[in-house]
Design a protein around this ligand. Structure first.
Ligand code: B12
Ligand code: SF4
Length: 454
């Protein structure tokens, strides 16, 4: 959002990886605009930025500042990988796909002054010997939790999600021994395993959880609800210190789940019995819900809030369904003529938390208001007090109770401060070549991964 500083930002793992891939004789400085203003006038030969769809507009503004000072800019991450032509209107070069195996070539080309426009990762590089260098985070006010990645990719294909679009059906795990060594090296007691779904490969997940057990850490993860079908796995989660898990419930309506390609969410039983399995194992649930699928009505918000409070969720989020580039949802809504903005992430009229398309059974305004109301209701003091009372989870120990209270206070503040914000404020976008920009268009059609990316 650029003009407000965050008090709970987490260390962005991709930069620790980029740092580890950068030749040692290259001097690096790292800035995170969530924590500090960017010193645009500090001399540098190259700027490397990570760009997500929500941060694209701000990233393009930052790139224009550097380029106006004669500094070259390279962009990577989800958004430029999906829309390289768009990103190239603001950056000198774009890296499509994972950085491993490609970033050192980019640096070499800069040194030789032969920087190309697009660097495509033509393969899915092995994650072996990955050794993120977190020294760049030293002295910065990040939340005291370490982000760590075990695997990339997901076996599911929910229509709103960028993961399948980015990784295709490819699933890669790191050697468990290397993950354990990284946790020991970092020395923190609370780890957030950022994998999108730690349940995609059951034997590997069991191997990981068993190896984490002797480390005596507390860890958080993201997981699909079908994990609860495997009692041994849930027991291993408990023994190894799993404290909180983000679970994508998305909707209470089976037809919506089917439309989003997530009907498997209910394959192994109803939500309440799956929740009980996780909570009996002491896992505090951060439930996420999305609204705007065709069966949603103005009543859907209250039902979801009531469900989340009744089940004493540790945290919950209620977001308007938002199409992102290359996700199947984007094509469907565009083909149905329901998009409010052609590219909401660039549109100065878009506001954070607002609907970006016309839902079927409510208005766009009702979708925006309903999500905000749901977040507000869930984060009320009365709701926080009611959800506290679960001895299996939020009241399990003084540590858990402290974590519960702190997280809920942060969440309360966040929902109000981000709502309605403009992405990147009022500054206009300055493309490298405005005439080309007006006509620039990334090819439509599926984004294929691996050899032969478009
Ligand atoms: C942890 C996380 C968060 C954390 C952020 C923590 C942090 N430190 O910043 C929290 C919980 C705050 C968060 C919030 C949100 N997130 Co989030 N998040 C993630 C998650 C699960 C892991 C990120 C991570 O660490 N990945 C591991 C690193 C190593 O991978 P990586 O970033 O992709 O980097 C690799 C390559 O992409 C590439 N690369 C990346 N940048 C660059 C730059 C250069 C120069 C080069 C060469 C290469 C390169 O190289 C890296 C190594 O190979 C991702 C999913 C995922 N698997 O990445 C979603 C994800 C990034 N989030 C997403 C979203 C939508 C959000 C929210 C908008 C949700 C919401 N509705 O509020 C918010 C707001 C985000 C924002 N920027 O404003 C989407 C983004 C989709 C998109 N098209 O942009 C993702 C992909 C999830 C998804 N399933 O779709 N998120
Ligand atoms: S289960 Fe989660 S990570 Fe996997 S495709 Fe669905 S939303 Fe994305």
């Amino acid at each position: 959002m650029f003009d407000r500083r965050s008090s709970d930002a987490m260390e962005p793992l991709c930069f620790a990886i980029l740092k580890s891939l950068t030749p040692r004789d290259v001097e690096t400085k790292f800035y995170d605009e969530r924590l500090e203003p960017i010193p645009f006038d500090e001399p540098t030969d190259l700027v490397a930025m990570t760009v997500e769809t929500y941060t694209a507009r701000r990233a393009y503004q930052i790139a224009a500042e550097y380029r106006s000072r004669g500094v070259r800019v390279v962009m990577g991450g989800y958004h430029p990988s999906f829309l390289p032509e768009e990103a190239l209107q603001f950056a000198d070069a774009v890296v499509v796909g994972d950085a491993e195996g490609i970033w050192p070539h980019v640096v070499d080309d800069v040194r030789c002054d032969v920087l190309q426009e697009i660097y495509r990762q033509d393969d899915f590089p092995s994650l072996e010997r990955s050794c993120p260098d977190r020294s760049i985070f030293r002295g910065k006010r990040y939340a005291p939790i370490t982000m760590l990645q075990y695997a990339r990719g997901c076996k599911y294909n929910c229509d709103f999600c960028s993961i399948r679009a980015f990784y295709g059906s490819n699933l890669r795990q790191r050697p468990v021994g290397e993950v354990v060594a990284e946790i020991q090296r970092v020395g923190r007691k609370h780890i957030f395993i950022v994998d999108d779904n730690i349940f995609v490969d059951i034997p590997k997940a069991k191997e990981l959880f068993a190896a984490l057990t002797p480390l005596n850490i507390r860890w958080s993860c993201q997981v699909s609800i079908d994990i609860t079908k495997d009692n041994e796995l849930v027991e291993l989660m408990r023994c190894s210190g799993c404290t909180t898990a983000v679970v994508g419930f998305e909707s209470l309506n089976p037809d919506n789940l089917s439309q989003m390609n997530k009907s498997w969410n209910l394959r192994y039983g109803d939500y309440e019995s799956s929740i009980k399995v996780l909570q009996d194992a002491g896992v505090m649930i951060y439930g996420t819900f999305v609204f705007g699928y065709d069966e949603d009505t103005v009543e859907s918000f209250d039902e979801a809030v009531e469900f989340a409070i009744r089940n004493r969720f540790y945290l919950a989020n209620f977001n308007p369904l938002t199409p992102t580039p290359r996700a199947p949802l984007m094509d469907r809504l565009r083909n149905e003529g329901r998009l409010i903005h052609d590219k909401w992430w660039l549109d100065p009229s878009y506001r954070y938390g607002h609907a970006t398309f016309h839902p079927r059974r409510m208005s766009a305004q009702e979708l925006t208001a309903g999500c905000y109301r749901a977040r507000s209701q869930f984060n009320r003091y009365g709701s926080i007090a009611r959800r506290t009372f679960d001895r299996r989870t939020n009241l399990r120990s003084p540590y858990r109770f402290g974590l519960y209270l702190l997280s809920n206070m942060v969440s309360r503040r966040e929902i109000h401060s981000k709502q309605d914000m403009k992405l990147g404020g009022d500054a206009p976008l300055r493309a490298k070549n405005p005439e080309a920009w007006n006509g620039a268009r990334d090819k439509d059609g599926p984004f294929t991964l691996g050899v032969g990316r478009p």
